[in-house]
Design a protein around this ligand. Structure first.
Ligand code: NAD
Length: 356
């Protein structure tokens, strides 16, 4: 089966980092793995070409693909556009269009980079957590929402926290499935002592757990989870939580590593179609200078192979190549320490391709 991959370089450093990720995929293609790439614009690049951040052409390409590789979108030149035309709207639109309800954010710290974290090396070295965040429900989407003047004549703002059973079940299945492929430990994060929505969440997760007897399930209140991530993050393997808690916890977890240029992410729908992108933005401050760290994007490609194409061996091979290059002392500017070998974006790509 030919793997159909949509390639959306986007804005800022997007094209530079995607180029290096494609070189890694080319290694596999040249060895006989069948893949087909179709490039399309997203974000500011798409606005410039088509007048919309997620134009019809890009929609068509993405809907027909098995997986989408994205660089990043956004830039100061687009900040004054009407909101619906801003690059970030292209991101929301593609997530909604493809029904990407499961966001996977690994927080992983290679021992070689332990000094990049603001926490003590012994707390974070070797950290390897996967946060599974529900992405299309919760208080971010619940109706009714808005601002109004209430019956007492006072102005108020309000949102609705709501999860349907089907929404909790499908994200729970994704999280248990990932736990099965990793350390078989899953922590479901809620606020069941105060919020009925998350008490319901917990009840459904416990029910889904019956189908995964090998996975050790635990539950934690979100406030405690925020503390535990700082106190002893290595206690976690996979964490699953709703949209708003996941938004906050995944950013917290990513900062444990201290190196934003290293963090991959994936967003999946029910048919394993996925959008794979680095967790960072378009870094306009260093765009076009061949300075960006391409590793987050390269590791996103490893996630693509693992989650959309069930090719664990290829994923592990890419991850091992990254590890080898870091162990050999190669560093882009963002993760550079004295005594290491400083390389550009494309040189980092050279090293990883060679290590494969
Ligand atoms: P950013 O992640 O782009 O940059 C933050 C800092 O990290 C900058 O100093 C940047 O140089 C550095 N950085 C980020 N990625 C790097 C890499 N791969 N290698 C080396 N250094 C790296 O966040 P920001 O500055 O807040 O946002 C810039 C633009 O990106 C904005 O327009 C924002 O809306 C957009 N954005 C897009 C996404 C996305 O596409 N998913 C996510 C976040 C922000």
């Amino acid at each position: 089966m030919t793997m159909k991959i949509a390639v959306l370089p986007g804005d800022g450093i997007g094209p530079e980092i995607v180029k290096q990720a494609l070189r890694v995929l080319d290694v596999l293609k040249n060895e006989g793995m069948e893949m087909e790439f179709t490039e399309a614009p997203l974000g500011g690049q798409a606005y410039d070409e088509y007048g919309h951040p997620y134009p019809e052409f890009t929609q068509k390409v993405c809907r027909a693909a098995d997986a989408v590789l994205l660089g990043a979108v956004g830039g100061p030149q687009y900040d004054n556009l009407d909101r619906p035309l801003r690059p970030e709207r292209g991101l929301l639109a593609i997530r909604k269009d493809l029904g990407l309800f499961a966001n996977l954010r690994p927080a992983m710290l290679y021992p070689e980079l332990a000094n990049a974290s603001t926490l003590k090396p012994e707390v974070v070295a070797g950290l390897d957590i996967m946060i599974v965040r529900e992405l299309t429900g919760d208080v971010y989407f619940g109706q009714p929402r808005g601002m109004r003047t209430n019956d007492e004549g006072e102005r108020e703002g309000f949102n609705t926290m709501v999860y349907k059973e089907s929404e909790v079940r499908r994200i729970a299945h994704v999280a248990f499935g990932i736990a099965m492929k990793r350390g078989k430990k899953l922590c479901s994060v809620d606020k069941a002592n105060v919020l009925e929505t998350t008490e319901f969440w917990k009840e459904i997760v416990i029910d889904v757990a019956k189908e995964y007897p090998e996975v050790e399930l635990s539950h934690m209140y979100v406030d405690n989870a925020a503390m535990q991530l700082i106190r002893n993050p290595k206690q976690f393997d996979v964490m699953v939580t709703g949209n708003i808690f996941g938004d906050i916890l995944s950013d917290e977890a990513s900062m444990l590593t201290g190196s934003i240029g290293m963090l991959a992410s994936a967003s999946l729908n029910a048919s394993k179609q996925g959008l794979y992108e680095p967790s960072h933005g378009s870094a306009p401050d260093i765009a076009g200078q061949n300075l960006a760290n391409p590793i987050a994007t390269i590791l996103s490609v490893a996630m693509m192979l693992r989650y959309s194409f069930d090719n664990e061996a290829a994923a592990v091979r890419i991850e091992a190549a990254v590890k080898k290059v870091l162990a050999a002392g190669y560093r882009t500017g963002d993760i550079y320490e004295e005594g290491m070998k400083k390389v550009s974006c494309s040189e980092m790509g050279d090293q990883i391709v060679a290590a494969m």
